[in-house]
Design a protein around this ligand. Structure first.
Ligand SMILES: Cc1cc2nc3c(=O)[nH]c(=O)nc-3n(C[C@H](O)[C@H](O)[C@H](O)COP(=O)(O)OP(=O)(O)OC[C@H]3O[C@@H](n4cnc5c(N)ncnc54)[C@H](O)[C@@H]3O)c2cc1C
Length: 460
């Protein structure tokens, strides 16, 4: 029987572990934190349950849907999505609705968007290299400036000209805000409404699925070690080394820890691979949670804050998700998202400074009117966005080739684990396919998921 060691109990690691244990393999999962679920966990704050930012579940892949549904059980619901964009002091319904958008834009601005789109369609273009080229080419410069530029630059911390076109191609290939805008202006037909208007959500929060998965994994004989961080590979290049110094040998390892950290631990790493690793950067999320003394602040589950004058990127209102996660009546918990990189101004801010900024910015949007903020807390999520900077593919290819050729007993999957901008469904898919490779001798190329994987992915 094969013995498999897995690093990380997020959606990717847990799924792989569960499916391998189901096939009768001997599996041990090592999780750094005291809980399972990774970025998709649900936590308790002030007697309310909250996720780490908005976590809707959506997939068009039958295999992923079947597995997620099995794990979520009956205790889940389909939620009607209510989201808006805040830009230029105004709220745009998202998905865009013609009357609301026209009222906000005015006929002159709408006509300018049409002209800018038409101008782009007439222009001869080269293959887009940057995110900016891709979006301007697809939707026109004006829609790009209104609905893509400032939000993307806040999220990624680089200009849209430095962001790889790959990001646009992966995340806004099939449906996007841009297409919605063109649809609204009657420049494109076809409706994707069913894709974005509803999503699945477990009644007790996103993390409930992973708590159940962990329980089921243990029931299948799997071993789960919480609060057991892995420092990387041991000198023999085969065993896994725990931070407590212990070294454990397995027939195969599945890693969902940050790819760059895994690589840094590898013995005899060629200089070329080491240098490629330093080219792969991650962006961090700072979540400022506010406890507010009213329960009917606004009806959105979340809002995108495009206005460039605010550093705030997204606001989630957990009151509007499911009754199962609500705490005391008369209160709401909001999560305000900020993004930062190592060493920048936001990264260096103390919790008190971030809380002050968050309260000031949420008041500027008018979303909480004169409600009082009763308490606040900050949660930092490191390395949660792999940055698709132009040229990242070259660096990733070098790392990938090294792992494929020299470490055939190691499989890297997951969001920071494989440096892929995964949603839960992609990480679950990677886990399922990794289990098929090991358990059934399948030959899926896990590195190609997210580019060849032809399912719907949403831009925002
Ligand atoms: C703000 C935000 C909003 C999001 N919204 C959505 C959404 O709406 N819908 C959606 O589907 N997805 C959403 N996502 C993405 C979703 O959270 C991730 O895709 C998913 O959790 C990735 O799963 P994973 O297993 O690949 O990685 P993770 O969830 O990051 O899990 C990795 C696990 O590995 C552990 N680990 C790391 N290093 C070590 C180590 N050295 N030793 C041991 N353990 C280690 C970590 O503690 C973690 O538990 C969102 C993410 C964020 C940050």
């Amino acid at each position: 029987m094969k013995r498999v060691g897995i690093i990380g109990a997020g959606p990717a690691g847990l799924t792989a572990g569960h499916e391998l244990a189901r096939r009768g393999l001997e599996v041990e999962i090592f999780e750094a934190g005291p809980h399972v679920g990774g970025m998709s966990r649900t936590i308790e704050l002030w007697g309310h349950k909250v996720d780490l930012g908005p976590h809707r579940f959506f997939t068009r892949d039958d295999k992923v849907r079947r597995f997620w549904t099995e794990m979520a059980g009956e205790d889940r619901q389909v939620i009607d999505r209510r989201t808006r964009i805040y830009f230029g002091g105004l709220f745009y319904d998202y998905p865009l609705r013609p009357l609301n958008a026209l009222a906000n834009m005015g006929p002159w601005q709408a006509a300018r968007c049409v002209m800018s789109y038409a101008g782009e369609k007439l222009r001869r273009k080269n293959e887009p290299e940057s995110f900016e080229d891709w979006v301007v080419g697809a939707f026109g410069r004006l829609l790009y400036e209104m609905f893509f530029k400032s939000y993307s630059e806040k999220l990624w911390g680089i200009t849209c000209d430095e962001l790889d076109a790959d990001f646009a191609a992966q995340r806004i290939k099939k449906f996007s805000l841009g297409e919605a805008a063109l649809g609204m202006l009657r420049l494109k037909s076809g409706s994707h409404a069913t894709l974005v208007d509803q999503f699945d959500y477990p009644a007790a929060g996103t993390g409930a699925v992973y708590d159940r998965m962990a329980e089921s994994f243990r029931g299948l004989g799997g071993k789960l070690h919480l609060a057991t961080p892995v420092s990387g590979m041991a000198e023999d290049g085969h065993s896994l080394r725990l931070e407590n110094g212990e070294t454990l040998r397995f027939d195969h390892l599945i890693s969902t820890m940050p790819l760059t950290a895994l690589c840094a631990s590898l013995p005899d790493l060629p200089e070329k691979v080491r240098s490629a690793c330093t080219g792969l950067a991650y962006r961090h999320t700072l979540l400022v949670y506010l406890l507010v003394d009213q329960e009917d602040l606004f009806s959105d589950q979340w809002l995108y804050i495009h206005s460039p004058e605010l550093r705030l990127g997204r606001v989630t209102n957990f009151r509007n998700w499911s009754a199962g996660i609500r705490g005391a009546p008369g209160q709401s918990v909001l999560a305000l998202e900020y993004w930062c990189s190592d060493g920048d101004a936001l990264h260096g801010m103390s919790a008190e400074e971030l809380q002050k900024l968050a309260v000031q910015e949420i008041r500027t949007t008018g979303l909480i009117k004169d409600a009082q903020v009763l308490d606040a807390t900050v949660i930092r999520i490191p390395k949660c966005y792999p940055v698709y900077r132009k040229g990242y593919r070259r660096d990733l290819a070098v790392v990938m080739e090294h792992l494929k050729s020299r470490l055939t007993h190691v499989t890297a999957i997951g969001r920071y684990g494989a440096f892929k901008y995964n949603n839960q469904d992609h990480s679950i898919l990677m886990g399922l396919l990794a289990a098929e490779n090991l358990g059934d001798n399948a030959r899926h190329d896990l590195w190609s998921i997210n580019t060849d994987y032809g399912v719907y992915q949403e831009s925002m």
